[in-house]
Design a protein around this ligand. Structure first.
Ligand SMILES: *Cc1c(COP(=O)(O)O)cnc(C)c1O
Length: 404
């Protein structure tokens, strides 16, 4: 028997490598927008496993799709086609409009892996077109694309790279929404401009219309590709299936993860026909990528999110959350700018964001941070109007305590 004087977090610290700052919570069950602890406390979950649990916890459509697939096979490798991959792949190509253009899908296991794939496919594309000089990748300050080397090199946050050098070559970063800086670095050696439709981790930064216009114009002028990282924004999080479409970014390659596996690890790279046509067997691969159980769960997710009326309800909840946060910002003068779109919302705080996150947790609300000073709210896309009101009341109480 474990001694009761040892907390769950102490146990974790004695076993798991210390790469995360975790809260001392012992969750044993999740249902819808709620998580329940071993001690019987319940928390309204506006973190959603960092935008993974788009349909909340244990959504019946996901659970039943997983159960059904576990009765067939769990894994057969990518040496053989399988129905769950074909089902999810077809649906993703349909909901993004790529099906009619002859686009293709590549499956992997995570966000960072999807971005590694995207970067490799982009460079391979120009190599096959006998333009091997086109290797440069332009990304943005405060962007986040993942923790493996290619994706980390693409990421525009020096702190995350500190001590891990040397980085892969050919990446340059310019300030977000800075058209002049972008124009100064894109040229005939540019392989791709890579961006998030909303730079979420970096502080929930939305793109201006001029910025998007410049990206599309540079793509046309220099014939580079545009890689859109939809890992956090995609599948309804920003209020649309695709952030790229919502803001008018012309993507050649897009990357998807987080919500797409319904809680199981899954990543997807969507490719234009032109890029897909240049790929050959052996160019890239993964043993686990597109796991059949994860793909079965993924189809349930995409079916649910793309069903009539779903996105309208996300928009309604988004509007409700925005209005509520605005009202709070008018009460607490240390709360500032409202950021984001859909149900990827944030509010700038002049008080330490870690204190606000902890304060919300003390009220029974799980929230997260973004950048240095933004409280990030990622409710499940299935969140109810009552749950939004409840969360706002909890944030209000947390703010009132902090203001004392
Ligand atoms: C989370 C995230 C990633 C990395 O995904 P992992 O699955 O953690 O590797 C990449 N890009 C964006 C925009 C993300 O939000």
């Amino acid at each position: 028997m474990e001694q009761s004087s040892v907390s769950f977090i102490q146990k974790d610290n004695s076993i798991v490598a210390p790469t995360y700052a975790k809260a001392d919570l012992d969750f044993v069950r999740g249902e819808g927008s709620w998580l329940f602890t071993n001690q019987g406390a319940k928390y309204l979950d506006f973190v959603s496993g960092i935008a993974v649990n788009a349909l909340g916890h244990c959504h019946p459509a996901i659970v039943s799709a997983i159960n059904a697939q576990t009765n067939s096979f769990l894994h057969i490798s990518n040496l053989y086609p399988n129905a769950p991959q074909l089902g999810l792949g077809k649906k993703m190509l349909e909901v993004t409009g790529l099906a009619e253009q002859g686009g293709k899908v590549f499956f992997c296991n995570s966000g960072t892996e999807a971005n590694e794939g995207a970067l490799k496919f982009a460079r391979k594309y120009f190599d096959r077109l006998e333009k091997p000089h086109k290797t440069g990748v332009v990304t943005f300050w405060n962007s986040f694309h993942g923790r493996t080397y290619g994706a980390l090199a693409a990421t525009g946050q020096e702190g995350l790279k500190q001590g891990f050098g040397p980085m892969p070559q050919g990446f340059v970063h310019v300030p977000w929404n800075d058209v002049a800086a972008l124009k100064a670095v894109v040229n005939h050696a540019t392989c791709a401009i890579m961006l998030e439709p909303i730079a979420a981790e970096g502080g929930i930064m939305t793109p201006t219309a001029e910025f998007v216009q410049a990206i599309n114009a540079l793509k046309a002028e220099f014939g580079c590709l545009v890689i859109v990282d939809e890992i956090q924004t995609g599948l309804g999080r920003c209020g649309a299936i695709e952030g790229a479409k919502k803001y008018g970014i012309q993507a050649d390659i897009s990357t998807w993860a987080k919500a797409i596996g319904g809680g199981l690890p899954l990543g997807v790279v969507l490719l234009s026909k032109a890029v897909a046509d240049q790929l050959k067997p052996g160019d890239h691969g993964t043993t686990f990528g597109g796991n059949p159980v994860a793909c079965a769960a993924g189809l349930a997710v995409v079916n649910t999110i793309s069903a009539p009326g779903f996105m309208e309800s996300v928009q309604e909840r988004s509007e409700q959350l925005k209005q509520g946060l605005k009202a709070l910002a008018s009460i607490y003068n240390w709360l500032g700018e409202l950021r984001g779109d859909g149900l990827l919302m944030g509010i700038v705080t002049k008080k330490p964001v870690a204190d606000l996150v902890a304060g919300c947790r003390a009220q029974g609300l799980l929230a997260h941070r973004a950048g240095a000073d933004v409280l990030r709210l990622l409710p499940p896309l299935t969140v109810s109007a009552e749950e939004i009101d409840l969360a706002l009341a909890k944030i209000d109480a947390a703010c009132a305590n902090l203001a004392k």
